[in-house]
Ligand binder design. Structure first.
Ligand SMILES: Nc1ncnc2c1ncn2[C@@H]1O[C@H](COP(=O)(O)OP(=O)(O)OP(=O)(O)O)[C@@H](O)[C@H]1O
Ligand SMILES: [Mg+2]
Length: 350
């Protein structure tokens, strides 16, 4: 098992426009786990992955596999295998030849190659497909061939660049489960690139969120919901209520009223209250409650989603399904902000 360390990694593309695609990236990718590189289009995910694979040379910084710097080691000797978003299968080779390619390049004996190819096709649930051509396969099957081709060389590090984005929703779920089960079975250190936060949450042990070439938060999936580092991160994960204010000690003053907060972990001054819709309490009065008016609701079977107006703000509240009997559109209600569910973040820079 291999731990991958990125240290002070930079990539600057020189050209007509200079692009600083990856900026001072420090990251430790835990051995044997799945780390997701998450962020919007153009934030530097593929560039980072290619540097780990050795397909792009960093402008500065260091990449280590365990203790050893791999900066001078060519891609085919690094022990990393990358699966590209668009599969890049060789169209004129059969599935078996595609999957066995890396072994042939390494001059592995033909009988051993055939056995390994058969085993790995079994693992990705394409048993006996050796003689097909890529164009005779569905998109999902081609993606599994690409995965098999990467796995067959028994890489120390598996690099997956949006491997599911070309698949329809049903196939995506299947592939997700397949990737998870193979990764758990083989315990390969895996870096998984995606711009889909839900996919990152489902698949990853740890998520590295990037914006514009910079690492914004590196944490376990739940932390992005419960403890986002700033407004932008909270927005990226979606469905959060924001109330801007000014923190003084254990209180935040806002246009909606005063809220008691945990005074630790955040300095006095401008602060934004974040609270998830499922943590707001409809009909709860007392401390940390404000007056609000129900503007509408949808019933979703297992729960209900209310739009609630407070001051000049619309807040979203998720309740249990039974609440639709109790609360009605247009009604004025008390809305509770439980202190322990309030998380403060810095206001967005202008
Ligand atoms: N070869 C290159 N020459 C110049 N600029 C490049 C090159 N490759 C990438 N870039 C730029 O670097 C930035 C990061 O690109 P990268 O491909 O890493 O983004 P990404 O996060 O993978 O995006 P996506 O989700 O769209 O795949 C972008 O602004 C991109 O235009
Ligand atoms: Mg990309």
């Amino acid at each position: 098992m291999t731990e991958v360390t990125l240290q002070g990694l930079n990539k600057i593309f020189q050209g007509r426009d200079t692009v600083h695609a990856v900026q001072d990236l420090d990251l430790t990718i835990t051995s044997g786990q799945i780390t997701a590189l998450l962020g919007p289009s153009g934030c530097g995910k593929t560039t980072t992955l290619k540097m780990i694979a050795g397909l792009l040379h960093p402008t500065s910084g260091d990449i280590r596999f365990d203790e050893r710097s791999v900066m001078r080691i060519p891609p085919e000797k690094r022990g990393a295998a990358m699966v590209f978003q668009n599969y890049l299968l060789f169209p004129y080779m059969s599935v078996g030849e595609n999957v066995g390619f890396g072994l042939r390049m390494r001059h592995v004996d033909k009988l051993i190659t055939d056995k390994k190819v058969a085993d790995i096709l079994e693992l990705v649930k394409l048993p006996g497909m050796q003689d097909r051509r890529p164009k005779q396969l569905s998109g999902g099957q081609q993606q599994r061939v690409a995965l098999a081709r990467a796995l067959v060389i028994e890489p120390e590090v598996l690099l997956l660049d949006e491997p599911l984005s070309n698949l329809d929703a049903h196939l995506r779920d299947e592939m997700r489960e397949l990737i998870l089960s193979i990764q758990r079975q083989l315990a390969i250190t895996t870096v998984f690139v995606t711009h889909d936060q839900e996919e990152a949450v489902v698949l990853a042990d740890t998520i590295a969120l990037m914006f514009e070439g910079k690492l914004t938060q590196f944490d376990q999936p739940n932390a992005f919901y419960e403890r986002p580092v700033n407004v932008r991160t909270a927005r990226f994960f979606g469905g959060v209520n924001f109330v801007a204010g000014e923190k003084r000690g254990a209180v935040v003053e806002t246009a909606l009223g005063l809220f008691d907060v945990n005074p630790d972990h955040f300095a006095d001054g401008p602060a934004v209250i974040t609270i998830r819709p499922e943590n707001l309490r409809l009909g709860e009065s007392g401390k940390n409650s404000i007056q609000a008016r129900i503007r509408g609701h949808v019933y979703v079977g297992t729960h209900a989603r209310f739009k609630v107006e407070a001051g000049d703000q619309l807040l979203e509240v998720v309740t249990d399904a039974a609440s639709v009997q109790q609360f009605h559109d247009g009604e004025t209600v008390q809305l509770g902000f439980p202190r322990h569910h309030i998380w403060l973040v810095e206001p967005e820079e202008a």
